[in-house]
Design a protein around this ligand. Structure first.
Ligand SMILES: [Zn+2]
Length: 458
């Protein structure tokens, strides 16, 4: 075979048809680099320069000022919302990405986290995976739709928002819903939270996040009159607390499945082998015995199958030579969408089985419902996944952490986390050092999201 032909064949195998046209790759790359190099750390940075840079690009691409909104809770923490008009025959689709990043210190990294670098097949920099790739791709694709004259059946709205990492008073998703609801109102929303999973360089699953567990803290306290430690009595605040915590350590909330986790285990079973495969199938059919075994195999699976509560902080006593007057602990719970908070609290009280142990909700509690498993969205994701990456399964997920999706779900806008950016399941660097995104993964994700949004807004 002539060398040139061989090279072409190899090149097309390594770079199949899943790439956007070169001009669009170039545009996405330019935006991506620009966003990474604006330091928008949650506590030390600002998101306003990101919003302004993107607004300038949109104006240059012909988006009128009237379709671009800049604003936020404080001048440093602006959000950007842009609308691409469709025929209006259906309600809009909202494309969400956050522009703040987890802090990154130069001395903790082997590279400068705020210098965009392409090296050995990867893009490096803080935010390359969480969440500036999706932000850059939403904008590059929107500009491409406009250039191509695509006329969607519904408006396509992109919202790039502040302060997802840690939430707080400047959170852009929360702020937009409360102050600019009409700008972001949509039939449904696409967001971060689901990505492609690779194992040993092989793509196995494209995840779509449809629900989240909610996060809640309880403070438990035991008060006692105390006294001199030379004359101890059995009624001791620390012992009461220790007993309650010991009983908690031996307690587990019931195992159960929901629509999303059943679909998750059913899809996962397709790519597993051996006895685990049969167990995952049985979990998808709600077998208690299989759930027991699977929960023991992995803390992540355990957390998907039940509400969990765990002691995370302790305090107590006021002097080395005094009987304690106070003993307290923080209990952190991750609650399944179908479990009520009152149920969790009353269950904990029963487990503690000690009326001296008081229990109170600590801090705010924001519970987002699950998004329905909409067949149109699932079908679109799996059809495009099948076409781009034959053999890769589309897996609905309930994640045990959190994203801004909960604000939109609570506001009645079903939200789906899907990206099509493939990453090594065992080397996820979001929030960590030397965060990166595969070059090919980035461009293929660009194509995936281009096709998905087009299909869902036809
Ligand atoms: Zn994120």
């Amino acid at each position: 075979m002539p060398k040139v032909l061989l090279f072409l064949l190899l090149a097309s195998a390594a770079w199949p048809d899943n790439l956007p046209p070169e001009a669009d790759r170039h545009l996405a790359l330019e935006i991506y680099k620009q966003l990474i190099e604006i330091p928008s750390g949650f506590t030390t940075g600002a998101t306003t320069p990101v919003a302004e840079a993107v607004a300038a690009r949109l104006r240059a691409a012909g988006f009128p000022d009237s379709d671009i909104f800049l604003g936020g809770a404080i001048p440093k923490k602006f959000n950007l919302v842009v609308r691409y008009h469709g025929t209006g025959s259906r309600k809009p689709i909202l494309l969400l990405a956050h522009t703040d990043v987890v802090e990154a210190k130069r001395e903790d990294w082997t590279l400068d986290p705020f210098v965009f670098l392409e090296k050995d097949g990867y893009f490096y920099g803080r935010g390359t995976s969480d969440d500036k790739a999706q932000a850059a791709v939403w904008i590059a694709n929107l500009i491409r739709y406009k250039r191509e004259g695509f006329k969607p059946g519904r408006d396509i709205i992109v919202a790039l928002t502040a302060d997802e990492e840690g939430g707080g008073p400047y959170n852009g998703a929360d702020w937009l819903i409360k102050h600019q609801r009409e700008l972001v109102d949509a039939e449904f929303c696409l967001n971060e939270g689901g990505w492609g999973e690779s194992v040993d360089g092989k793509r196995v699953a494209n995840d779509i996040q449809v629900s989240e567990k909610s996060y809640v803290n309880f403070r438990i306290e035991v008060h006692n009159k105390g006294g001199h430690s030379s004359m101890p009595v059995p009624d001791n605040a620390i012992y009461h607390l220790a007993g309650a915590l010991h009983r908690l350590s031996e307690f587990n909330f019931p195992l159960k499945t929901n629509e999303v986790t059943r679909a998750y285990f059913r899809e996962l079973a397709k790519i597993e082998h051996g006895p685990v495969k049969a167990d995952l199938e049985a979990v998808a059919a709600s077998s208690q015995e299989a759930m027991q075994r699977v929960a023991k195999l992995s803390p992540a699976w355990n957390s998907m199958l039940r509400t969990t509560c765990v002691a995370t902080m302790l305090e107590g006593g006021h002097a080395q030579n005094a009987l304690p007057q106070l003993a307290a602990a923080n209990i952190n719970c991750r609650v399944l969408p179908e479990d009520e908070i009152a149920y969790v609290q009353s269950t904990l009280s029963k487990v503690f089985a000690d009326d001296q142990v008081g229990i109170q909700l600590a801090g705010e509690f924001e519970k987002g419902p699950s998004s329905p498993l909409r067949p149109d969205i699932l079908k679109a994701v799996s059809r495009i996944t099948d076409t781009m990456w034959p053999g890769v399964v589309t897996v609905p997920m309930m994640v045990t952490g959190g994203t801004d999706g909960r604000y939109f779900r609570s506001a009645g806008i079903p939200t789906y986390g899907v990206q099509g950016f493939f990453m090594d399941r065992n080397d996820v660097r979001a929030h960590g050092r030397d965060e990166r995104m595969g070059v090919e993964a980035f461009y293929q994700g660009q194509t995936f999201l281009y096709n998905l949004v087009k299909e869902l807004s036809k």
